[in-house]
Design a protein around this ligand. Structure first.
Ligand SMILES: [Zn+2]
Ligand SMILES: [Zn+2]
Length: 193
């Protein structure tokens, strides 16, 4: 499962521009305070200003060869994981790499702030959570629902001639979210197969 993530991260790195690669190099050198060419957990924790369980989980996830340090490609994997919008399970705190369940109400009503309530599959299945709302969708279903919502919103605004600005904003929010969700769906299909 993590092997697929690494392949995806590698592909993203190879497709990034010269400037982006330079930026990553610069970041690596800033984090590598003792200049030994690898990032220790202490160096990462200092950079992220956090040494909590989440930081530790991310570090362990990215530390492919398990030597307790992050080499350059492992750091890229970490930055890729962080930038891809993958959530933490709000019940058990695990970092969710693949498919997850999300509170439909929180996702659809907190769009501007992108606040959400997300659950890993085991927590959802075993109802190991307390939350004020009861309707949950997996990331595929949510994307499908949002497409329908957007469609009806755009039809409503076309007929009334108002709400153009709101519609544009909704489109932008949705397209950025859709790319994340569909990407996660692709990964999930790989992991679950
Ligand atoms: Zn969980
Ligand atoms: Zn909710």
């Amino acid at each position: 499962m993590m092997e697929e993530m690494r392949k995806a991260a590698k592909a993203v790195y190879e497709k990034s521009s010269y400037e982006e690669k330079e930026e990553l190099n610069r970041l690596f050198k800033i984090m590598d305070r003792d200049g030994d060419g690898k990032i220790s957990f202490a160096e990462l924790a200092r950079f992220m200003e956090s040494a909590d369980a989440h930081t530790r989980a991310l570090f362990n996830l990215a530390d492919q060869n398990g030597d307790g340090f992050l080499q350059f490609d492992e750091l890229f994997m970490l930055s890729y994981l962080c930038s891809s919008g993958r959530p933490l399970c709000d019940a058990c705190g695990v970092f969710i790499v693949g498919l997850f369940f999300t509170c439909t109400h929180c996702r659809l009503t907190n769009l501007p702030e992108c606040r959400s309530y997300d659950l890993c599959i085991p927590c959802y299945r075993e109802t190991k959570f307390e939350h004020e709302h009861t309707e949950f969708d997996d990331n595929y279903t949510l994307l499908f629902k949002m497409q329908h919502l957007l469609l009806s919103a755009s039809q409503a605004s076309t007929s009334s001639g108002v709400g153009k600005k709101g519609q544009t904003e909704a489109l932008e929010t949705l397209s950025s979210m859709a790319s994340i969700v569909s990407f996660m769906g692709d990964l999930a299909s790989v992991f679950l197969s």
